[in-house]
Design a protein around this ligand. Structure first.
Ligand code: PMP
Ligand code: GLN
Length: 378
């Protein structure tokens, strides 16, 4: 059959996780925690199931969860979103992103992505009939180059996708970056899709600069987040999209026909759990400690450490360790050393290789220590 997505194979995360299992490697590749979530969250979901909350919820999500999300955004970013018309619960950020794209991107529209970027963005744009316009972040520092972004904007540009904290580089956008983007987009009609799934993982006292904090961005933005990341439940696949009412109305037209609704008891459990902000307020310290433990260990190797400002990723430059390409190196590291990692080239359309690979440190301390013991041979 004639394929709609000729360039798409199995995702790098699936490939590397399978290889890790096959070779009994410590899996620091695919990004997911290897520890359990708070038992109180499981209890809240279980309670909802036992109370019989097991049928279809309202299409945009249960009101209590949308209210809890509105309250959280107001407290953190001083912006009011209407739970009724501006917040939708999604089946993870992945569904939020494709739904936003399908809702606004028309055939022939251009959509700007900043590479390296998460692997679903490009196929999502292609499925919508859009034209992908790739703008590189600066190699190695992964900073946005606003001259390059400005040069990529044309009358056909429908949207730009950004992601901070950033997967895979673990950089975050500063206030200056957000202000520059706001200024750049001000004279345009370009929409913004802001992937903020790692919003609660920012380190060293930094602040997450949500698009919600910038009126000129918020007015044109779909802001995407994921409870999977925030509460250590990636397998539950629940997230949120918030956007101004006219954008959200378009979003919901697609949402109701590609998923319709999202898991009822999980929504009730999350609504109850969100009443206490402590778990997400403690997340930066929780992950910063793991980051530091992992970085200390890596300092004993010949890897060159890149900064990890946010997310649960740590990138390293491999040039002192190996001559192999990033991709071959990750295969070799998994098979021969017993630690799985992800090559950054997988996040570029042209496979650009800058000798950098990504580790995920959302792991038990003993998992990180086991990986470090193996990496110490390098
Ligand atoms: N965006 C980014 C940048 C991600 O890293 C991920 C998860 N790996 C997602 C979106 C998807 O999130 P979810 O699991 O909630 O669909
Ligand atoms: N987002 C996760 C990562 O970057 C993996 C999610 C997936 O497997 N698609 O590792």
């Amino acid at each position: 059959i004639e394929t709609k997505l000729p360039a798409v194979g199995t995702t790098i995360f699936t490939v590397m996780s399978a290889l890790a299992v096959e070779h009994n490697a410590v899996n620091l590749g695919q990004g997911f925690p290897d520890f359990n979530c708070d038992p109180a969250l499981v209890q809240a979901v279980t309670d909802a199931m036992q109370q019989g909350l097991n049928q279809y919820p309202p299409m945009p999500g249960i009101p209590a969860l949308r209210e809890a999300v509105a309250t959280k955004i107001k407290a953190l970013h001083a912006r009011e979103y209407s739970a009724n018309t501006e917040i939708t619960i999604t089946a993870g950020a992945t569904q939020g992103i494709i739904t936003a794209i399908l809702a606004v991107v028309r055939p022939g529209d251009e959509v700007i992505v900043l590479e390296p970027c998460y692997d679903s963005y490009v196929p999502n744009i292609e499925l919508a009939g859009g034209t992908v316009v790739r703008v590189p972040l600066t190699p190695h520092t992964f900073r946005p180059d606003f001259d390059k972004i400005a040069a990529a904007i044309t009358p056909k540009t429908r949207a730009i996708l950004i992601n901070s904290p950033h997967n895979p580089s673990a950089t975050i956008w500063s206030r200056e970056d957000m202000l520059q983007l706001q200024e750049l987009l001000a004279p345009t009609e370009v929409l913004l899709i802001s992937d903020e799934v790692y919003e609660h993982m920012v380190f060293d006292g930094r602040q997450h600069e949500s698009a919600a904090r910038y009126p000129g961005l918020a007015a044109r933005a779909f802001i995407v987040s994921s409870f999977g990341k925030t509460f250590h439940v990636t397998g539950w696949k629940v997230g949120t999209v918030v956007a101004p009412a006219p954008l959200m109305a378009e979003f919901r037209k697609v949402h109701q026909f590609n998923v319709f609704t999202v898991n009822t008891p999980v929504q009730h459990g999350l609504a109850k759990y969100l009443a206490d902000p402590t778990p997400y307020l403690e997340l930066p310290a929780f992950y910063q400690r793991k980051r530091d433990l992992f970085r200390e260990g890596l300092k004993q190797t010949k890897f060159k450490l890149l900064p990890s400002e946010g997310s649960y990723f740590q990138c390293v430059d491999i040039s002192e360790v190996s001559e192999l390409s990033e991709s071959d190196f990750c295969q070799w590291l998994t098979k021969e050393i017993g630690v799985a990692a992800i090559p950054l080239s997988a996040f570029y359309g042209n496979g650009f290789d800058q000798r950098v690979v990504r580790f995920c440190f959302a792991k038990k301390d003993e998992t990180l220590q086991a990986a470090l013991a193996r990496l110490a041979k390098l």
